[in-house]
Design a protein around this ligand. Structure first.
Ligand code: CA
Ligand code: ZN
Length: 298
C-alpha cells in the first residue's frame, strides 16, 4: 500500500495542480491529513485570532488516478480512519448558527480515550470518525477547501465514515483527489462551525469509473445510497438532491417520476450535512431495499 504524508497539501481544489502522487485505478492509499486548523491549535494557549488563516482547511494531495477521465466518475472507498489522540473545537463571532451570541473566538481541546471523546467529567461522546473535506478537481475556477460543491470539498457529511463509498463526477483527467479535515465526531448541521477537529490517517481505495456520468457526488453506506448536493441554502440543496435522485432512478429503471417521488416520500430521508459553510450541504438517502426492488444498479 502506498502512503502519502502531509507535506503536500492544497488549500483549493483546482484543475491544474501538480499531483503529489499518481496511483493506478483500484489502488489503496494511506493518507496523512492535518486538521482543519492546519494543526495550529495544539495547546490552550493557541488562539484562533493568532493563527495563519492562509493555512486553514488543508487537504492532502492531489492524487492523480490513472484511468479517471473527464466526464466519468471516481469511486472512493473509505477503508479506514485513524485519529490522533487530541481534538480541537471552535466557535466565534459571526460563525456557525449562534455567531450572533459571541464577539470573540472560543476553542476547546479534548482527548480521545478508547472509543470516546472526553468532553468533561460527566460527558463522554462516542467516536464517529468522518472526513469533512474530500473531493476532486472542479472543471473551472479553483474552489477553496472550505467550500463544498459538485466536486465534493468541505461537505462535512457525517455519513462519510469508515465503510462508506463516494462517487465523484470527474472534471479533469486523473481526477486530482484530495482529503483532510477529519472529525472524531460531529452532529448533523455542525452548528458551531466545527466538529471535533483532528489530524490522522485516511485509508482510501481509488477506482476510475470512466462510464459513470454524475452531476453531484453520490454516497453509498451499508444501508443507503444518497445524492449529496450543496447550494446557497438548505432548501435549495435539498431541492437539488431530491431532483437528481428522481432523475437518476428514472434514467436507470424507467420507472415514472410520479410513482418514484411518491415511493421516495415514503422511504427516503433528506438529511442535513452542514449549515455553516459558504454553501450548505444536504444528502438525500434512499434505502437499498427500495433500489433493489426497482432493479436499480449504478
Ligand atoms: Ca469542515
Ligand atoms: Zn472540520
Amino acid at each position: 500500500m502506498q502512503e502519502l504524508n502531509d507535506s503536500k497539501v492544497i488549500y483549493a481544489f483546482a484543475p491544474n495542480l501538480e499531483p503529489a502522487l499518481t496511483v493506478s485505478s483500484g489502488e489503496t492509499v494511506r493518507i496523512r491529513t492535518k486538521d482543519c486548523f492546519g494543526n495550529q491549535i495544539q495547546t490552550a494557549d493557541d488562539v484562533l485570532d493568532e493563527i495563519d488563516w492562509d493555512r486553514i482547511n488543508p487537504a492532502t494531495g492531489p492524487i492523480y488516478v490513472e484511468g479517471a477521465v473527464a466526464g466519468g466518475a471516481l469511486k472512493v472507498s473509505i477503508d479506514r480512519i485513524e485519529l490522533d489522540p487530541q481534538t480541537a473545537s471552535c466557535t466565534g463571532a459571526g460563525e456557525g448558527v449562534c455567531g450572533d451570541y459571541f464577539d470573540a473566538w472560543s476553542t476547546k481541546l479534548c482527548s480521545i480515550d478508547g472509543n470516546e471523546l472526553v468532553w468533561s467529567d460527566s460527558i463522554r461522546i462516542p467516536l464517529a470518525p468522518m472526513i469533512g473535506v474530500i473531493g476532486v478537481a472542479p472543471a473551472g475556477e479553483p474552489v477553496n477547501c472550505g467550500t463544498p460543491g459538485s466536486h465534493g470539498g468541505n461537505m462535512d457529511n457525517t455519513a462519510i465514515g469508515e465503510g462508506a463509498t463516494l462517487y465523484f463526477p470527474v472534471a479533469v483527467d486523473g481526477a486530482l483527489f484530495g482529503c483532510g479535515d477529519m472529525h472524531a465526531c460531529m452532529g448533523d448541521g455542525e452548528v458551531s462551525v466545527s466538529g471535533a477537529e483532528v489530524a490522522g490517517w485516511a485509508t482510501v481505495t481509488l477506482t476510475a469509473l470512466p462510464e459513470l456520468a454524475l452531476t453531484d457526488p453520490l454516497i453509498e453506506t451499508a444501508t443507503h445510497l444518497g445524492v449529496i448536493a450543496s447550494a446557497e441554502s438548505l432548501d435549495a440543496a435539498a431541492d437539488r438532491a431530491v431532483h437528481e435522485m428522481v432523475d437518476l432512478l428514472h434514467d436507470r429503471t424507467g420507472a415514472c417520476k410520479d410513482e418514484l417521488i411518491m415511493l421516495l416520500s415514503l422511504t427516503a430521508d433528506v438529511q442535513v450535512c452542514q449549515m455553516v459553510d459558504p454553501e450548505k450541504t444536504v444528502r438525500f438517502m434512499v434505502p437499498k431495499y427500495v433500489l433493489e426492488g426497482l432493479g436499480f444498479t449504478l
